[in-house]
Design a protein around this ligand. Sequence first.
Ligand code: NAD
Length: 560
Amino acid sequence: MALKEALTKLAKRSSMIKTKDAGGTNAAATSGTDTNGTNGTATNGAEAKKEVEEPINNEKTENSPRFVIIGAGARGYAYADTIHKLTNGVVSAVAEPLKFSRENVGKKFIWQDEEPREGQSFPGWREYLDYEIARRKRVADGEENVPPGADGAFVCVQDAMHEAVIVGLAPLNLHIMCEKPLSTTLQSCLKMYEALKPTMATNVFSIGHVLRYTQHNMLLRKLIVEDKIIGNISSVVHTEPVGWWHFAHSFVRGNWRNDQTSGPTLLTKSCHDIDFLLWMMCSPEKAGEGEPHLPSTVSSQGGLHFFKKSRKPAAAGDATNCMKCPLGDSGCKYSAKYLYVGPHRYSLEGGNLSMPVNIVVHDIEDYRTMEEKKAVMIKTLEADWDESTPKDEVAARQWYGRCVFEADNNVNDEQFVTITFPETNRPAKQITFHMVAQTKKICERFTHYYGDEGEIYADGYKITVENFATGEKTEYDPKHVAGGHGGGDQGLTGQFVAACDAVKNKGWAAEKAQNEYIGCTLDEALRSHAMVFAAEEARKEQKILSWPQWWKENVGEEAK
Ligand SMILES: NC(=O)c1ccc[n+]([C@@H]2O[C@H](COP(=O)([O-])OP(=O)(O)OC[C@H]3O[C@@H](n4cnc5c(N)ncnc54)[C@H](O)[C@@H]3O)[C@@H](O)[C@H]2O)c1
């Protein structure tokens, strides 16, 4: 379904409750006509929940769009699963060096109980590239019975590899879904942009900004940007609560802990939020049409405040690994023993076998008994390093048993970004963004929007609209889809596969499929990444940057 069509259905489907606070009676008007111009029907929650689910077209045919998964770790698996279960796309190949991860995707979604056939399994993206070049030559030479190739690639390797893979695969002219962030430096993002731009004539591109595709956020954008339900926006205050244990897992012990091996938190975590805020406040109403409302300035403050040696509890002494720490069993909520073995609610003993447990031990499900699972987990957590361990050895892997106050992390656990917009093609406004590590909420963003006709509070579940003049309060309760990122994984995958299908089977021009299904241009993806790098520069140099000047000096005229 094209985005516009999806949004209209969404507004109709979400439940909506109106109340009026003028007389202080809070009387519920749960039926009647929607007066806010949202195409919505004012219904109560019970009525809306009766709505019949949209049938899923996951029928596979010989014309189905075919996809290669490049990097079958956590994200590669999640996309393969979604393509297989919820779309008419086919997972046709996997490129992944780790046998367990490659077979995990292959056996579930590609070759099932058989052995992989030609063109289905590769130990890495370069081997896939070599094979595909040779396969196309065989086709061009008229060889018969050459297996079909893929139409698109899901690039799900780690951040620092994105550039090599995207630039390497660009000559193949595939549709590309690249995981966020595009890359770890602006220069690298620009190289990717240059490699991808020529492919956009015939292909679509998507970036893993899943926040754009949750039902909640699609409805929110419709209300604010299309329906202008609270008039012109004057300011937005947005918070990204990463979550106390989640931050420790991913950004102190895990993959994204050090800006030398991945990138700053604003890039590796909050690029989602910066992109989302620019989509709401800067992008044209419809992708590919009209002009963006470009910012005037950007500034930022923040740092690594908590997860460092100076904050280590004295009672932990010299311990660098939780399994040997006197506070290991009690007294430290960040204890790896507590978080991964138990009894934390996301731990093994808490009954959890997915994130974060299977990030520490990928094949945890393959150990039969709880005793075996615990033994392998404990052994993994006991791994540690000391001052004599070479720095690149420390940096090359994750140390999930490491004390969170003694790790090789350096990324911010607190950050604010302020973006201002001048009065140009839209009225002036400003945004503040706050990323905070120590929160009870785990990634459940919340935002206040202030307009000249009313205000909105949105928390990922409900959207509450208050109109100043009428005193009317309207609560929207968009369908909360279970699964990755509040349904964003499904939304993004579904729209990307539909775009590829439209180009392959319905004769759509790539540009039309890009704008209507993906709703985000390559230029927009570049802009939101550039904003992250500008904000980081502003933070480090403690200055307020002029966006037009920064763009001219760092990006140039070619990109918009
Ligand atoms: N959209 C989101 O919300 C979201 C969430 C988490 C992670 N991410 C991003 O997704 C990407 C992957 O993250 P992840 O958590 O799945 O990481 P991961 O480490 O679980 O997966 C990466 C995989 O790439 C494989 N790989 C390494 N070299 C390869 C090669 N030469 N060819 C093919 N595969 C190779 C690794 O073996 C690994 O299995 C990262 O860029 C990350 O930042 C996005």
